[in-house]
Design a protein around this ligand. Sequence first.
Ligand SMILES: Nc1ncnc2c1ncn2[C@@H]1O[C@H](COP(=O)(O)OP(=O)(O)OP(=O)(O)O)[C@@H](O)[C@H]1O
Ligand SMILES: [Mg+2]
Length: 245
Amino acid sequence: MSQEPAIVFRDVWKIYRSGRVEYPALRGVSFTVGRGEYVGLVGPSGSGKSTVINLAGGIDTPTRGEVVVLGENIGEKGEGWRARWRRRSVGIVFQFFHLVPTLNALENVMLPMELAGLYSRRERRERALRLLEFVGLRDKAEKYPGELSGGEQQRVAIARALAADPPIILADEPTANLDTENKKRIIELLDKAHGLGKTIVFSTHDERLAEKAERIINIVDGRVAGEKRRGALQVGGEIVHEEKG
Ligand SMILES: Nc1ncnc2c1ncn2[C@@H]1O[C@H](COP(=O)(O)OP(=O)(O)OP(=O)(O)O)[C@@H](O)[C@H]1O
Ligand SMILES: [Mg+2]
């Protein structure tokens, strides 16, 4: 299993239906993310980035094609199976943080470990405190989401995503609602998580943030329009930036 790639999309189509109208959000997306890779998804609004993240995280299933994550064809599994699988396999960071408002920072970070049945109660607490330390919020462990800034909430969300020690972290525009300083901090934390050996896939509209990734996948109109290793970013078929050396 350790030789399996982290994420494989094979000719993935996602067709949303509302009433009698069908909208193909993904039109044959194929890519592979290796174990330990650090990948940024870029592309215009509506191009399909969130759809890709949701499929990779087993939040949604493809209409056609295969989504194979950690060797499991998750696209053909039922919702209950995917929910259980998700707890140990992926940590997800959302654009609007999605913390549980009635739990404090510490309890939010402990929750995924409880759901996955990992560690003793005391170990969960200690691990959550270490993770809050990791994101620089050890002193705010008792605060509730409503008492934290957006940047702080997103750092708690990153600690939570790491809590059950999943091999994959998915982040859908994790910096979209943050100021420049907090954007940098969040990307630095994703860098650090990558340094821990995690496979990271994040989406962003900010090309400069995307360039922190080792590889950028450009999604346009539900298709992969280009892929670049760090250094040269291709948007809409044009190379807009090239780093020398
Ligand atoms: N539940 C849904 N029902 C119908 N259409 C949807 C649904 N979710 C997404 N879509 C459509 O699918 C397309 C892709 O959406 P997606 O959210 O993946 O884009 P995105 O690249 O993440 O955009 P953004 O950068 O604005 O977040 C869009 O045209 C969107 O309107
Ligand atoms: Mg999106």
